[in-house]
Design a binder for this molecule. Structure first.
Ligand code: AMP
Length: 193
């Protein structure tokens, strides 16, 4: 299979994490989730992990500098070079988007597709409240969704201009949503030389 490089956007609670795993299984790109990487650092209890935990608990964003650094390091590893990447939860700001585009260019990766898994705010809020994760307090959820609209949604324009942006309806069963995503990815793969 041709390696494919994809970014997936979606509000927290949109099902983006679950769908990312399905995409990785079916199409092979390496799943790179900055949320998972940060949670792993928190688990390890390093100084960095402790700092990240405080920021995550408040529903705020870890600095662009830190995020750009960990993503650049991950992207340059051999499994990604061989299989492509699926970036999940990153970029979240214009600063991150610009620095990731630079890294992709340097590694001679094409950005094939940017997906936006669209689930409305009301629906993701009720989903997050019912999943009961430790950082899912009502206040933190509202702050994260606010930051998403403010910092991340403007990136849709940035990627639309690059001609790779696709919106996919994220409502429905896991299978229905995956079928929609698969159709888009299959089309993009078949166009890829
Ligand atoms: P997630 O699992 O993607 O929802 O991320 C959980 C938390 O980790 C977020 O609420 C942020 O505090 C932090 N985080 C994850 N990815 C990023 C990123 N790309 N930029 C800044 N903070 C991030």
């Amino acid at each position: 299979m041709k390696p494919i490089n994809v970014i997936i956007f979606g509000r927290q609670g949109s099902g983006k994490g679950t769908q990312s795993l399905l995409i990785t299984k079916e199409f092979g790109p390496v799943h790179i989730s900055t949320g998972d990487m940060l949670r792993a650092a928190v688990e390890k209890g390093t100084e960095f992990g402790l700092q990240a935990k405080a920021i995550m608990d408040r529903g705020e964003l870890v600095s662009d500098e830190v995020i750009s650094g960990i993503v650049a390091e991950r992207l340059s590893q051999s499994d990604v070079i061989q299989n492509g990447c699926l970036l999940d939860g990153v970029p979240r700001t214009l600063g991150q988007a610009e620095s990731i585009m630079k890294v992709l260019e340097k590694l001679d990766f094409s950005l094939d597709l940017v997906l936006n898994l669209e689930v409305p705010i009301d629906e993701v809020t009720s989903r997050m409240l019912s999943r009961g994760r430790a950082d899912d307090t009502e206040e933190a959820i509202a702050r994260r969704l606010g930051l998403y609209e403010q910092e991340t949604a403007p990136l849709f324009e940035f990627f639309s201009e690059k001609g790779v942006f696709e919106v996919v309806d994220g409502l429905g069963s896991e299978t229905e949503v995956f079928d929609r995503l698969s159709a888009v990815i299959t089309r993009v793969l078949s166009d890829k030389k």
